[in-house]
Design a protein around this ligand. Structure first.
Ligand SMILES: NC(=O)c1ccc[n+]([C@@H]2O[C@H](COP(=O)([O-])OP(=O)(O)OC[C@H]3O[C@@H](n4cnc5c(N)ncnc54)[C@H](O)[C@@H]3O)[C@@H](O)[C@H]2O)c1
Length: 253
């Protein structure tokens, strides 16, 4: 059993300062977890706002700088978190970027930058936490993919490839770790009311909303609730699954 089982389990949320990441941190803390938001040190202005926004949760949510795109930096960040807070029980990989361009115009830099954060980042973080989770026979890993990894999206060959890759990675890791008490699942958000989607041109955003059966963008809380569900101790029989949270935008069996 985890050394932290007697106290609140420790969750690390990458991209924790982001639109979805912040809400995931909030919901995990409200569910009684201790939470570390891991994000780029460069986002200094956002760190202060984040701390103000989550002030009501006291010291159950803290911030640690780290770059998931870098293998060694990920290891350093994880070691620092473990030294300060103890064993990591829950990992939520929510760090992500977009570098949109149609394939005919996409540069190798746009391709590689995106893959380094959105797919290498998941490998880097999982690679450094799985050993400890296996030793302690408990772990919950939730990777944030996207509906665009399931359907493809114009101008997003890089993003769609990475997000589909995240789920393939998760299914393989789920098989490798199932006997160790670790679950690995994917949450695939549809279009959510976040800065990432606010950056989409107005007319395209209106078209997107018109195509969502529920008739609205998702809220960050819609996504966070799915993450909390999969991260629960009681969710041990759900692994290698993808949980779409998209308002019916894409339905599959
Ligand atoms: N917003 C949506 O509608 C939507 C839909 C589907 C999927 N997603 C996915 O959900 C996740 C969160 O999206 P969001 O809307 O909160 O985006 P966001 O841009 O608000 O947040 C992403 C966060 O990741 C951080 N980040 C970027 N590169 C990093 C790195 N190398 N190391 C550490 N942190 C890094 C950013 O600083 C930022 O805080 C992403 O993976 C995104 O692809 C979002």
């Amino acid at each position: 059993m985890s050394s932290s089982a007697s106290e609140a389990r420790l969750a690390v949320v990458t991209g924790g300062l982001g639109g979805l990441g912040t809400e995931i941190c909030r919901h995990l803390a409200r569910a009684g977890r201790r939470v570390v938001a891991l994000d780029l040190a460069a986002r200094t202005e956002r760190i202060e706002t984040f701390q103000r926004e989550l002030a009501d949760l006291g010291d159950s949510v803290t911030f640690e700088p780290g770059d998931v795109a870098d293998f060694d930096a990920s290891q350093t960040a994880i070691e620092r978190i473990e030294a300060k807070h103890g064993d990591i029980d829950i990992l939520v990989n929510a760090a992500g970027i977009t570098r949109d361009a149609s394939l005919r115009k996409m540069t190798p830099q746009q391709w590689h930058e995106l893959l380094r954060v959105n797919l290498d980042g998941v490998f880097n973080m999982c690679r450094h936490v799985v050993e400890g989770m296996s030793t302690r026979s408990f772990g919950r890993i939730v990777n944030i993919s996207s509906v665009n990894g399931q359907t493809g999206q114009f101008g997003q060959t890089n993003y769609s490839a990475a997000k589909a890759g995240v789920h393939g990675f998760g299914m393989a890791l789920a098989r490798e770790t199932a006997r160790k008490g670790i679950t690995v699942n994917t949450v695939s958000p549809g279009y959510c009311d976040t800065p990432m989607v606010a950056a989409v041109p107005e007319d395209i955003r209106a078209q997107i909303i018109a195509g969502i059966p529920v008739g609205r963008l998702g809220s960050p809380a819609d996504i966070a609730r799915a993450v909390v569900f999969l991260a629960a101790d009681e969710a041990g029989y759900i692994t290698g699954a993808n949980l779409p949270v998209n308002g019916g935008y894409f339905m599959s069996f």
